[in-house]
Design a binder for this molecule. Structure first.
Ligand SMILES: [Zn+2]
Ligand SMILES: [Zn+2]
Length: 371
């Protein structure tokens, strides 16, 4: 045994890692010059981790670990003193052994690239914490009139949080978002959610089947199975979701879409039937320009627009590109050509319903997502 090696007394685990080729005196874990018994404490920490993980639904997991202070430095010292490379680091070995034991205990495999669950264990006290990969739930909602899409800020504090809103910053009126949060949150056991909406409508708009697409990101969920359809009712109003499914990861890009809408309007003067006919002809795959406020102008397509008028009341059924505001398309405010422009009279939108939203293309994802 070399003189330098004599200064180190290692446990079985550390000998396995630093050897072979160098002889060390083998000692019990707590007397080990490098790990001070780290490896002996792993089985108990695994028990603790497994009981933490019990309330989560997951198919695979990965382990992250922090070692007690000084262990990695002691290993570095030993390796440079004895010019050893070792087969792996003390941390890699500890994580590997921990994960093997844990996989047996919870009967789930390790997946480092895309785990459902990530366990972080602090080996100084053996405590662990769990986070889970977010869920990306795609669905389509339908809604009745008199309900907004997004939850509204509290009107007393404008979102800062006050007594009236119990510090949430949001008002108590029901919205599509409120319903989705309530139901999806309860099903998945997630209290943090963000929404991506494919377009929006008015408070008074109905959204009819098959509904408007949305994506809900559910953070740190307890459960990972969500229903394809559900309905949420509250005070006589209902929001329904259909075509629900989980996306593989966060989409990089949401596809463009077009929508069919039924618009109820009033005009300043009675409309001549010839003008109604002109409306259908003018808006057949027509480009319209939208001068977006505080943004660059865009060109959108109006695929069709059919009108029927009785006196000053006008109904328009139109198929529009997503992002073209219905009310402005009617009034002509910042949009040209518009229904008002073609009918040569001032027309106002009273209300509009969303009859169909159709995606054009598919979602785009990153090649590999590392979390
Ligand atoms: Zn050791
Ligand atoms: Zn408030």
């Amino acid at each position: 045994m070399s003189e330098a090696a004599r200064r180190y007394r290692l446990c079985q685990f550390c000998i396995d890692r630093e050897g072979p080729g160098t002889h060390f005196d083998e000692v019990d874990g707590p007397s080990c010059s490098v790990c001070s018994g780290l490896f002996d404490r792993i089985p108990q920490a695994v028990e603790g981790a497994a009981s933490q993980m019990r309330r989560y639904q997951f198919r695979s997991f990965t382990v992250g670990m922090t070692l007690p202070e000084g262990i990695q430095e002691k290993e570095d010292e030993l390796r440079s003193a004895l010019r050893l490379k070792g087969s792996e680091t003390v941390k890699t070995q500890a994580v590997r052994l921990f994960a093997v034991l844990l996989a047996k205990k919870v009967r789930k495999p390790v997946n480092k690239l895309k785990p459902d669950l990530t366990l972080l264990v602090g080996m100084s006290d053996g405590s662990s914490s769990v986070t889970t990969r977010p869920l990306f739930y795609y669905g389509r909602y339908t809604k009745p009139p008199g309900m907004s899409q997004r939850r509204e800020l509290c009107r007393h504090c404008s979102g800062a949080g006050c007594e009236k809103c119990s510090g949430t910053g949001y008002g108590s009126r029901q919205s599509v978002e409120w319903h989705l949060r309530r139901r999806l949150g309860a099903i998945a056991g997630s209290d943090r959610m963000t929404f991506t909406w494919m377009g929006t409508e008015d408070l008074e708009s109905r959204v009819l089947a098959p509904g408007r697409p949305f994506i809900a990101e559910l953070k740190n969920p307890l459960r990972r199975v969500l229903p394809k359809r559900f309905a949420s009712r509250f005070r006589g109003k209902q929001v329904s979701v259909d075509r629900g499914r989980l996306l593989v990861s966060r989409p990089l890009r949401v596809p463009p879409f077009r929508f069919r809408t039924l618009i109820t309007c009033t005009s300043r003067t009675a409309i001549h039937p010839d003008r109604i006919h002109e409306l259908g002809k003018r808006f057949r795959r027509a480009d319209v320009r939208f001068d977006r406020p505080h943004n660059r102008p865009v060109t959108k397509t109006v695929y069709s627009a059919k009108g029927s008028a009785r006196g000053r009341r006008l109904i328009v059924e139109a198929v529009l590109d997503g992002g073209l505001p219905v009310k402005r398309f009617i009034s002509g405010e910042l949009v040209s050509p518009s229904v008002s422009e073609v009918l040569k009279t001032e027309v106002r939108c009273r209300s509009f319903d969303i009859c169909e939203v159709r995606e054009r293309g598919s979602f785009t994802y990153a090649e590999v997502t590392r979390i």
